[in-house]
Design a binder for this molecule. Structure first.
Ligand code: MN
Length: 212
């Protein structure tokens, strides 16, 4: 069976300081992300066991666990790659053009994305996703790791809004975390993801363009 694997961070734990502390990165990657990888693998084993016994009485709980842990693995893997100690500033090129087209301006996008993260109730994420139905960028406020995600859309940039992502450093001032993170975005990574997802189609002809 193919197992999911915890990727190494693409930089040192402390590389994103002062914006994200090394201690947060260490716990977040080594403990939290690892937990989702282990959880997804364990759930696959339990599904295999259920098949071998012909007992699917726990299928609903197992599917929920798979969605939660798998999605956590995807989101954290994306998040680490989306950040860089040499990041910040603004995107350029085709990604910048797309943000201008779909959000009106970079500043409007930044505010929308920041607010989607900052207003997350309980545990969640904000994501910039490619909408393959209409070939555009949208933001999504994801609850936990998977709820309220747009099925078929592809995330290219994500912000972890769970308390474990910021509480050790920012305590009750989480808005400061959601501002600080704009100093460490790896726009090269996000632009490369944008270039890749633009080629994706769901093969569904279900959108039409009208005048605004
Ligand atoms: Mn997290």
């Amino acid at each position: 069976m193919t197992k999911y694997a915890l990727p190494d961070l693409p930089y040192d734990y402390a590389a994103l300081e002062p914006h994200i502390s090394g201690r947060i990165m260490e716990l977040h990657h080594d403990k939290h992300h690892k937990g989702y990888v282990d959880g997804a693998n364990k759930t696959l084993e339990m599904l295999e066991e259920a098949r071998s016994k012909g007992d699917f009485s726990r299928i609903a709980a197992l599917e929920k666990a798979l969605a939660f842990n798998y999605s956590g693995h995807v989101l954290h893997s994306l998040f680490w790659n989306n950040l860089s100690p040499n990041g910040g500033d603004k995107p350029t090129g085709e990604l910048a053009d797309a943000i201008q087209r779909d959000f009106g301006s970079f500043d409007a996008f930044r505010k929308q994305m920041t607010q989607a993260a900052a207003t997350s109730m309980g545990s969640g994420w904000a994501a910039l996703v490619w909408d393959p139905l209409a070939s555009r960028l949208l933001t999504v406020q994801i609850h936990d790791h998977q709820s309220e995600m747009l099925v078929g859309s592809l995330p290219i940039m994500v912000i972890d809004a769970w308390e474990h992502a910021w509480y050790l450093q920012y305590q009750n001032e989480k808005a400061k975390f959601f501002e600080a993170i704009w100093n460490v975005w790896n726009w090269n990574d996000i632009a490369n993801r944008y270039a890749a997802v633009r080629k994706t189609s769901l093969g569904l002809d279900v959108s039409k363009t009208t005048a605004r």
